[in-house]
Design a protein around this ligand. Structure first.
Ligand code: PMP
Length: 384
């Protein structure tokens, strides 16, 4: 077991010290995870909290981001997938060869497709057409069937279609927007991980947006219990202030929405705030309230995701940019010394076809062509 010292440091570390938390600034590589894994789903969770440097964090404030793209299929929703599938297995509602179905903006579907592939279930995912095409391809690559619904039906359309298909064919509907298993997995995993990682360390604010609201409700509940001083900060797109509007959703007996929320307008933050307020989110806000509320304008979410990449090497999608923007806004107003943690929900690779990558060309630009021409060998043929 070797712990590598950062440049400029000196001294050796003995065995007793190795069991302790690594000192800040040390690199803790080379000792593996001290266990072997039976299957890929066991690797879900235990994602790292990483500090932003001074190029993004306001002076005198510390911002950490919890990087959910370290999950095996690259998003926070791998947690939900394992939570829901294992709950159904324990309740005897799933046996090999059964079909699992869910409505998804993509990340839940990708997580569920992984679970189903590994456990031998069939998987049908219903997704509204505007979500990125790489999401569809990933789900199909994992062996799932992807049923598209028209843009005009929005999120409520895909939820209704999934319910109808589940009823008609007798498939297991996951109910991610309503099931208590959603917040529970975040209470048991996301929340406890934060509590453990920040043990003995100051933490003043926890920042996240919401899709189903599982992350906010589950992690928020765990923090209220064990770190009641942490302020819970909820962000939503400024274009879709469903929670801020205070308007109550009409619901079916199973908790699913009876139509679109009047405060919804389309926004670019995929995975956040569908056109209805999920029961999980509504119940979470009823239970926990929120200490700070941050409306997110569309532009900065994309700019922040690019900046995370360019200044931190943190490679996340639009919702990761949005929650980081919220964290920075909170940091600017927070007292000196404050420590903030924001959720980074997924990887930027899920956005290659979206506005996040619209400025990135597959061809060489002028600067790159000039670098190529600065030596004689293997130059690309002139195309213009
Ligand atoms: N960001 C992205 C990209 C997502 O896909 C989701 C989940 N739909 C979230 C954030 C929000 O997570 P939750 O559903 O737990 O509120």
């Amino acid at each position: 077991m070797i712990r590598i010292q950062p440049p400029g440091s000196s001294g050796t570390i003995d065995a007793a010290d190795m069991a302790a938390k690594p000192a800040e600034g040390t690199f803790d590589r080379g000792h593996g995870r001290n266990r072997l894994f039976d299957n890929i789903t066991e690797t879900i969770g235990n994602t790292p909290c990483v500090k932003l440097n001074e190029r993004m964090a306001p002076k005198g404030r510390t911002i950490y981001v919890k990087l959910e793209y370290f999950n095996p299929l690259g998003s926070v929703k791998d947690r939900l997938a394992v939570g829901i599938v294992e709950q159904a297995e324990k309740a005897g509602r799933l046996k090999p060869g059964d079909t699992v179905i869910e409505a998804t903006s993509g990340n839940t579907g990708i997580g569920l497709a992984m679970l189903c592939a590994q456990r031998g279930y069939k998987c049908v995912l219903v997704m509204a057409e505007p979500f990125s095409v790489e999401r569809r391809k990933l789900m199909r690559f994992l062996g799932a069937r992807v049923i598209l619904t028209p843009k005009s039906g929005k999120g409520t359309g895909m939820v209704e279609k999934a319910r109808e298909l589940a009823e008609t064919h007798g498939w297991l509907l996951c109910h991610q927007f309503e099931t208590t298993a959603n917040a529970q997995i975040h209470y048991d995993s996301t929340g406890q991980e934060i509590i453990n990682d920040f043990q003995g360390t100051r933490l003043d604010y926890f920042v996240t947006g919401y899709g189903t609201g599982g992350t906010y409700t589950g992690a928020g509940r765990a923090l209220r219990e064990k770190r009641p001083e942490v302020k819970l900060c909820l962000a939503e797109p400024a274009d879709a202030p469903l929670i801020a509007s205070g308007h109550k959703m009409d619901r079916n007996p199973d908790g699913s929405p009876q139509g679109s929320h009047p405060a919804f307008r389309p926004h670019p933050i995929q995975g956040w705030t569908p056109d209805f307020l999920a029961k999980v989110a509504e119940d979470g806000v009823k239970e926990l309230g929120y200490d700070e509320y941050v409306p997110i304008p569309s532009g900065p979410a994309i700019e922040m995701a690019m900046m995370l990449c360019n200044t931190q090497g943190i490679f996340t999608g639009i919702s990761g940019g949005a929650s980081t923007w919220a964290a920075i806004e909170i940091a600017k107003k927070a007292p000196e010394g404050s420590v903030i943690l924001a959720m980074i929900a997924d990887t930027a690779e899920r956005y290659l076809s979206t506005p996040l990558f619209s400025q990135v060309s597959p061809d060489m630009n002028e600067e790159e062509a000039a670098i190529s021409k600065s030596t004689p060998s293997f130059q690309m043929p002139q195309t213009d």
